[in-house]
Design a binder for this molecule. Sequence first.
Ligand code: BGC
Length: 403
Amino acid sequence: MTSTFPEGFLWGASTAPHQIEGNNVNSDFWANEGRVPGMERSGDACDSYHRWGEDLRLLADAGLNAYRFGIEWARIEPVGGRFSNAELAHYRRMIDSAIELGLSPVITLHHFTNPRWFAEAGGWLADDAAERFGAYVEAACQILDGVEWVVTMNEPNMLSIMTAMARAATRATTEDWQSPTVDDRPRPALPPPDPEIGDRLIAAHRAARKIIRAKINSKVGWTVANRAFAARPSGEAKLTELQWIWEDQYLAGSAGDDFVGVQAYSSQWVGADGIEPYPAHPDNTLVGTAYRPDALAMAVRHTAEVTGLPIMITENGIATADDSRRIAYTSEALAGLADTIADGVDVRGYLHWSLLDNYEWGHWKPTFGLVAVDRETFVRTPKPSLAWLGGVARRNRLPAQEG
Ligand code: BGC
């Protein structure tokens, strides 16, 4: 087994616009933030809308060579059919600067948030949803020249859950609508992704892919949240059933793509009765999940088996206040990843979640960042994990004792 990564391997970190930019006021998530009890607001977030230059430099100075970030549909098309050239130019400047700094941009077109007008017109459940998304994707293509990796949608399996929850909220009380992630209180069981919504998202993804391929030369794919399910002896049949609903439908939906993004954080047991909640444990993360660095390799092997596509690790990380645990977690996750590569899996890069401590969809306490951010002054303070990951990137291998 080797701890050296393939030549040209991408090393970087990931973010999402709503979680870092601040004041994403034309988005549906912004509108919902005040409605759910116990949910904190994103507000100015990390002010990355203005401070993105600093963010890029932090990555480049550390020795990383890639940055996954999103462009925000709600800014680019704040009103249906009206596209903002100024916002498109804003994101093009980010792309140009990233390339100048030696950071390969991995661009996400949709990361959970929708423009408010789109949500109000029925969102992903409206008959013309794919068409509306396609019009935005077409506009976005104007600024994507030279971008090698394009992600149409982040975690369609999670988006399917969020879409069903939003539908429930319009029908019932706001209490039925929960933020998708919580802090270290026991995680409420999420409803499973809705397969019918999943089919709609697959259709929208494929329509977007077609538009992108006609306009630019990027590699196109989407990223799937992987639960790294593992079966108890009695849970084999249930595992196959749940794997399809939670992730394989979306992995199958990536057929014909140029790559698939793997996003893995923890692993969960499946018994005869279904998914077992994470038991309380002192090692649990700040989002209540089990400490399972081995989840990454599990997710990679499963994704490779189902899709046969080249893989990009688009998210992997840990919500912890103790940065030495972040390094330990990532080191073990990467050792497992190196094993999958040694076994022949085609992995093209590793993008850590996240560059910054950011807005965790309703909560500020779960900190995933390689860099701390002062919420008042927005001053960025790199944690030791940033230099550590940069060192791995520069050497393109894990330190010997950890390999
Ligand atoms: C999402 C991120 C989120 C992260 C940590 C993923 O589901 O893509 O937006 O912050 O997990 O919970």
